[in-house]
Design a protein around this ligand. Sequence first.
Ligand SMILES: Nc1ncnc2c1ncn2[C@@H]1O[C@H](COP(=O)(O)OP(=O)(O)OP(=O)(O)O)[C@@H](O)[C@H]1O
Ligand SMILES: [Mg+2]
Length: 357
Amino acid sequence: MGLFDEMLKDNESLFKNEIALSFDFHPKPLKFRDIEQKQMAISIRPLFQGRDGTHLLVHGKPGIGKTIAVKQVLQELDELEEDVEILPIYINCWQKNTTYKIVLEICEKIGYRLIQSKKTEELLKIIVQKLNKSNVVFAFDEIDKVEDYDFLYTFLEQIYRKTILLISNYKEWLIQLDPRIKSRLNPQLLDFKTYNDMETRGILEQRKEFAFFPGVWDNEAFELVVHKTFLQKDIRAGLHLMKTAGLISEDVASRKIKKNHVNAAIKKLDELAVKDLGLEEERQFILNIVKLNSGKKTGDLYKVYQENNGKASYKTFRRKIDDLEKGKFVSVKTIPGGDGGSTSIVTYKSVKKLTDF
Ligand SMILES: Nc1ncnc2c1ncn2[C@@H]1O[C@H](COP(=O)(O)OP(=O)(O)OP(=O)(O)O)[C@@H](O)[C@H]1O
Ligand SMILES: [Mg+2]
């Protein structure tokens, strides 16, 4: 055996197509979500018959294919060559978190440009008029991040033929919704379950084939990625790991991605997660408060926050708690009660790193 056979040459790469490991890459076909996508198709079907559609709250943990499954359904609608015109509109409410921003986004999507000096109300009216010329499927992703629901109320009331898909990590989001909206929306729940071991392997296998040249992954190394991803219950962790392990192997000019490269990748990602949190001083501050007062209600935590010179509004504070939950640093449990509404209990979770598993 030649001494250099195992060595990657300068101009060689293990990656066939690195982009396939990015989070917004759309692998086709999308595996293991046929049942959920069928459910969405059923809620859209009435639009083809000139009737109003039904609405869905798509919910489940982070990184399990909610966004990608919805986006692919919308894309199929866009490509349909039917007599009935159905307009798909996808909005990420984390980025567009007010009625005004959502309205501007829709104006842009439908090519309406005369927005200058028009108020939200006026623009809403124009949009409704234009959208009523066809059938609409709305997808409002990260719906729990919006600050007001005027747009939702208006669309429910004034758009005749629509299906509204709402996506969130929390199905409890429904509880706190204004009853006027809740009764009009009356959504069915579409529960996305986490992937089992076999499904996790299948998804990562597919990405591996898109992203890497054949044979570069050592079997044991790949199985380690699958195992860690399954425990983490988030496909993003697997994509991260595959990419980082690939880059580490290239750095040491190895022709194979081996188990020790995956282990190094796992360590690296943990450091990153800690650093990420460190960057956000405010979040770290709030996390510390939760840590010292684990199991208390959000209102009480906010009081402690203010007593310690926290300056953000309750709404912002609440949003940061939700972010912390999303990052799995705390857990939030909504329970009925309080002043006629609901209240949430926040518990500190000792940070689970990939190396903890
Ligand atoms: N069935 C699948 N097939 C292929 N890739 C998948 C599948 N499910 C998830 N993924 C990949 O996992 C990543 C996360 O998926 P997605 O963005 O849809 O998660 P999500 O459920 O919307 O999470 P969040 O609640 O954090 O928004 C994406 O890069 C996506 O490509
Ligand atoms: Mg998503």
